[in-house]
Design a protein around this ligand. Structure first.
Ligand SMILES: [Fe+2]
Length: 275
């Protein structure tokens, strides 16, 4: 499918992004691109996207199910785009270190912790995250921290794209229903992310009654342990942004909001609703 490259919004500051959101300018800009159908996003690894302006490249996004159903031994999947594809919002060095060192580190430590616990090897990544507190005491902390780190980063990579898309009418209706407006949802999300003390994440989550919420979690905790399904999330650990943004977390959040592939978020919603 062909999408219009709309990288310009990612260079705005967070304050400007909020102004754009409030005025609706961002919505207009995003709507100019061709949103892929959510069914395309459910095709799993191997989904192919084309960039309307840059050289065509293939990107392999993991589906929501691919991520949630992973089992031991866990492996680091390639990024679904080139490490420099999200420049200038996220710089290449940060992407390489974040993916190749930090995400790989969580996976290695999760595997090491689970290795002597054969009874846990059949559990999916989602089950590990949802149920770490009922596991043997000696493995709880490792599964909580490194299982969360493994899952959270896969969601983070997947909801960003060099070719962001706008929410579909169906998704926009759900956002309007649960937040009042897209602007209100974005502001609540940004507020949650900007006020995480120390390291953590902010999420758009789905509850078991089909309602959307914004949540923040500390460290590598995941909403699954609270019975909520993460559909979209942003990493606000300093390792996610410090090289480029230093202490300017708000600028990083503004850039992140400009990278979201809302068609992928909707695909996550669809998969979560059907599971
Ligand atoms: Fe991270």
């Amino acid at each position: 499918m062909t999408q219009t490259n709309i990288k310009n919004p990612i260079s705005v500051t967070f304050r400007n992004l909020l102004i754009l959101l409030i005025t609706g300018t961002t919505i207009v800009t995003l709507t100019q691109c061709t949103s892929p159908q959510s069914g395309d996003m459910n095709s799993g690894a191997g989904s192919t996207y084309s960039n309307g302006e840059a050289d065509a490249m293939e990107r392999s996004y993991l589906s929501f199910g691919d991520i949630m159903e992973m089992t031991y031994p866990f492996e680091l999947a390639p990024l679904p785009y080139a490490p420099d594809a999200l420049e200038p919002a996220i710089d290449t060095q940060t992407m390489n270190i974040h993916h190749g060192k930090h995400h790989q580190g969580y996976i290695n430590k999760l595997n090491a912790a689970l290795e002597p616990h054969a009874e846990l090897h059949g559990m999916t990544l989602a089950e590990l995250n949802a149920g770490w507190n009922s596991m043997p005491a000696e493995v709880q902390s490792a599964v909580r921290n490194h299982g969360g780190g493994t899952l959270n980063h896969y969601i983070f990579w997947n909801v960003m794209s060099p070719d962001p898309t706008a929410p579909s009418e169906a998704l926009m209706n759900m956002i309007d229903r649960d937040f009042g407006s897209f602007d209100a949802m974005a502001e609540e999300f940004a507020s949650a992310a900007s006020t995480v003390f120390g390291s953590g994440w902010a999420w758009l989550v789905l509850d078991d009654e089909g309602k959307l919420h914004i949540r923040a979690t500390a460290n590598q905790d995941n909403p699954l342990s609270d019975g909520l399904t993460p559909l979209m999330g942003v990493d606000v650990w300093e390792h996610a942004y410090y090289l480029n943004y230093q202490n300017r977390r708000g600028d990083y959040l503004g850039a992140f909001l400009g990278l979201i592939d809302w068609a992928m978020v909707e695909a996550n919603y669809t998969a979560a609703s059907e599971s």
